[in-house]
Write a protein that binds this ligand. Structure first.
Ligand SMILES: CC(C)[C@H](C(=O)O)[C@@H](O)C(=O)O
Ligand code: SF4
Length: 476
């Protein structure tokens, strides 16, 4: 290994307990120490059952937190929220496991409940230089803090709980440098959607993807989380950004943050958490932030997206290897080639998910909705990323803006990001959505998803069709 290292390699080296001996480069197999994990009711049950069957206990229970997010109802009236027997059992089993194994659980009624990737950072549990592995693919979110975060399967969760380690294969590295500044009305969501459009759904496959450049430095921490979260949609196994003062300031305000003393010392120590100036990446790409427009997806893969001012593609004009997918996507989405994206009428609007339901996202959307009404015939709902975000938003009156505009002010959970609870689209319904995946059936059987930023969802909700947020606000 060369003396100059990438941020990814520095963090992996720091957590390597032993190497299985195939060199220190990409592909090296090693035993990796994991600092923390978060468990949800959907992917943890078998891991806990495995521990029970083997008579094992978690090695460091205080390194884990459990939270209910995927299957719960977000109906504000808890009684009315439908919970089928399977979901109820999963939620109860998480609490039971927490009690039996000494792991802290935020259940449905806990004021700190929310989507795991929103809850972990907002508590201050995600600290620069850590490795956080969890049973959910969007664990890449933590990269915004300079953390190696990645998703793991159920048997790995069991191994992690029992040993606080994982057998790991070192990834190749890739860097995307984003120069300049984003234009007014263009957000981190548009930036990552443009990256995914450009490099494809597997463009960063098998790589740890570092984001750098002026545009990234200029973003707030929550916007950075949006980018790292969705980087998994271009195949990145890990997303990373070098932590700066904004990150430490963000952590400082959190309820579970280390003491002020420790943080002051860490602020200096964390300076080393950046790629060395001459570090070599296996792949490098750069793009100009100023060229990125507000984006919307038109198809059924997150890389099938375009500028809102564009037209639905004509498969005939696409490269041969993309044609069949495009035809299938357009059929599923019920769209005609060459129609203007802004002519696509919507039935539903949804603001939520671990990608885009933090306080800054809600503020962006509210700035568009203030004094406006959801178009007739559109059902709009918002599910804040966590119960904490929900109360913070209420404290500054954002709930009133959403409700007066005609949005349903729901509770927190994965909600309509994936139809695993009682929020779903009816067959054929079309939704403007601030989420991250537009796969067939993702929001309900036959449901049609258009991905976009929260402000763009707000613009679509009041317009009744996909719309350019720049026409509604000069800047936000
Ligand atoms: C259910 C879970 C395994 C899944 C994931 O890992 O990402 C979900 O959160 C998703 O977003 O598709
Ligand atoms: S909000 Fe969506 S993407 Fe995030 S963890 Fe839940 S289901 Fe997965």
């Amino acid at each position: 290994m060369s003396a100059s290292r990438t941020l990814y390699d520095k963090i992996v080296d720091e957590h390597r307990i032993l190497s299985f001996g195939d060199g220190g480069g990409a592909g090296e197999r090693l035993l990796l120490y994991i600092d923390r994990t978060v468990l949800n009711e959907y992917t943890s049950p078998q891991a806990f059952s495995g521990l029970r069957d083997a008579g094992r206990k978690p090695w460091r229970p205080e390194a884990s937190l459990g939270v209910v997010d995927h299957v719960n109802s977000t109906n504000p009236d808890r009684e009315a929220g439908k919970l089928d027997d399977g979901a109820r059992r999963q939620i109860e089993y998480l609490s039971e496991n927490g009690r039996d194994f000494g792991i802290e659980i935020f259940d449905l009624l806990d004021p700190r409940q929310g989507i795991e990737h929103v809850v972990m950072p907002e508590l201050g549990l995600v600290l620069p230089g850590m490795v956080i592995a969890a049973g959910d693919s969007h664990s890449t979110t933590y990269g915004a803090f300079g953390v190696v975060g990645f998703g793991i399967g159920t048997s790995d969760i069991e191994h992690l709980l029992a040993t606080q380690t994982l057998i790991y294969r070192r990834l190749k590295t890739m860097r995307i440098t984003v120069d300049g500044r984003l234009a007014p009305g263009v957000t981190a969501k548009d930036l990552i959607m443009e990256v995914i459009r450009r490099i494809g759904a597997d463009g960063a496959g098998g790589h740890a993807l570092e984001f750098a450049g002026e545009a990234i430095d200029a973003l707030g921490v929550e916007a950075r989380m949006t980018i790292c979260n969705m980087a998994v949609e271009c195949g990145a196994r890990v997303a990373l950004m070098a932590p700066d003062d904004k990150v430490v300031d963000y952590i400082e305000g959190c309820s579970r943050a280390p003491s002020a003393d420790l943080l002051a010392r860490a602020r200096a120590d964390w300076q080393v958490l950046r790629s060395d100036p001459d570090a070599r990446f296996d792949k490098e790409i750069s793009l100009a932030a100023g060229d990125i427009p507000p984006m919307v997806s038109w198809g059924t893969s997150p890389d099938q997206s375009l500028a809102i001012t564009d037209r639905v593609p004509d498969p005939e004009t696409l490269p041969a290897d993309r044609r069949a997918d495009a035809v299938r996507a357009l059929t599923y989405m019920g769209l005609t080639p060459n129609m203007a994206l802004q002519d696509i009428a919507i039935d539903r609007a949804f603001i939520g998910s671990c990608t885009n339901a933090r306080l800054s996202d809600l503020r962006d959307a509210a700035s568009i909705l203030k004094g406006r009404k959801v178009a007739p015939g559109v059902r709009a709902m918002i599910s804040p990323g966590s119960s904490g975000v929900r109360s913070a938003a209420e404290a500054e009156g954002l709930d009133r803006i959403f409700i007066e505009a005609g949005f349903e002010w729901r509770r927190s959970g994965c909600s309509l990001c994936l139809a695993m609870n009682d929020d779903s689209l009816a067959p054929g319904e079309r939704c403007a959505s601030s989420t991250n995946r537009n796969f067939e059936g993702r929001q309900g059987v036959g449901g049609r998803t258009h991905l976009m930023s929260p402000a763009m969802v707000a613009a679509a909700a009041v317009s009744g069709r996909l719309a350019d947020v720049r026409a509604l606000a000069a800047a936000f």
